[in-house]
Design a protein around this ligand. Structure first.
Ligand SMILES: [Zn+2]
Ligand SMILES: [Zn+2]
Length: 303
């Protein structure tokens, strides 16, 4: 597992086993994704497919350009694919960060929320252009709860509680080696199906999005705080720690904390919460805890 980026400004992770390489999410520009892959010694041309967790822009920003450049298939659920295509219509192409900024500005100006945020240039974008942006070399559909294979990797998608149309996490199993790695970010809480899915994983990328106090006292407008805190928002440090202390089976070699908020969290707080939770369970003391970053790829985690 090589995490290229993790956070609300962009997510992308490479999962590799044998001769198969998958990119999970493409939430930065194609150029940035290529740059980061080169930094960690991954050849973008060796990717076999792109898998998408959900349609939020921090997971799909570079998707169409990258997929077309590499001419590789993209795996979605059908409803996520549709939502993604709808999202490409003019006026809905803001990044999450831009959207937050817009909400903040609107609050300050106390202007009624603009229904239409279409930029003049975007308004001019023709149907053809839109079609081109949403065209992909090949689309494959999967369903949460039904495993599928890409090359030497078996993939089990599981439903996550998050405010997207059909969000998923993934468990990856290297067929020949019985090594399992999981990605569980963008979830408001850890429901039973996610607890089940995360049993017996060797490497776990787990969301540790915000510190509750920092979020409550932080700069976000109340409506956004409500969204993040909700059952379909993001997992707090405390909720991640709660999972590690009470529901996690302790089998992982490495736990990576990811999707950390830059506004409402500090890496030290996320690490402290997880390490304290692990420290309360003697059997988990062998677990290594790493932090994924928004700005730099993490060293490849190899088993
Ligand atoms: Zn996200
Ligand atoms: Zn999301």
């Amino acid at each position: 597992m090589t995490i290229l980026a993790s956070g609300s400004k962009g997510n992308a992770t490479v999962i590799a086993a044998g001769s198969t390489r998958l990119l999970v999410d493409a939430g930065m520009s194609c150029r940035e994704l290529m740059k980061r892959m080169k930094l960690v010694g991954e050849d973008p041309r060796s990717l076999n497919a792109i898998l998408i967790t959900h349609e939020h822009v921090d997971h799909v920003a570079g998707l169409s350009v990258l997929a077309r450049r590499l001419k590789i298939p993209v795996f979605f659920t059908e409803s996520t694919h549709r939502a993604w295509m709808r999202m490409l219509s003019p006026g809905a192409t803001m990044s999450y960060a831009q959207w937050l900024e817009k909400v903040r500005r609107q609050k300050l100006e106390s202007a009624p929320p603009a229904e239409d945020v279409t930029q003049p240039a975007e308004a001019a974008s023709s149907r053809k252009e839109r079609y081109e942006r949403s065209s992909l070399p090949e689309v494959e559909y999967f369903r949460a709860g039904q495993s599928f294979a890409v090359g030497e990797i078996d993939v089990m998608p599981f439903t996550t509680p998050h405010d997207a149309v059909d969000p998923c996490g993934f468990v990856f199993q290297a067929r020949r080696e019985s090594i399992r790695m999981a990605i569980a970010t963008d979830l408001g809480y850890v429901p039973p199906n996610v607890k089940m899915a995360l049993r017996g994983v060797d490497v776990l990328l787990l969301e540790s999005n915000h510190d509750l106090e920092m979020l409550k006292d932080g700069p976000y407008p109340w409506s956004v705080k409500q969204r993040v805190l909700s059952r379909v928002g993001h997992l707090s440090n405390a909720a991640a720690a709660e999972f590690l202390e009470h529901d996690y089976d302790g089998g992982a070699h490495t736990i990576v904390l990811g999707h950390l908020s830059e506004q409402n969290n500090l890496p030290e707080l996320a690490r402290l919460a997880a390490e304290q939770a692990i420290g309360r369970r003697r059997s988990l003391l062998g677990n290594r805890v790493l932090l994924a970053s928004q700005h730099l790829p993490l060293e490849p985690i190899t088993l």
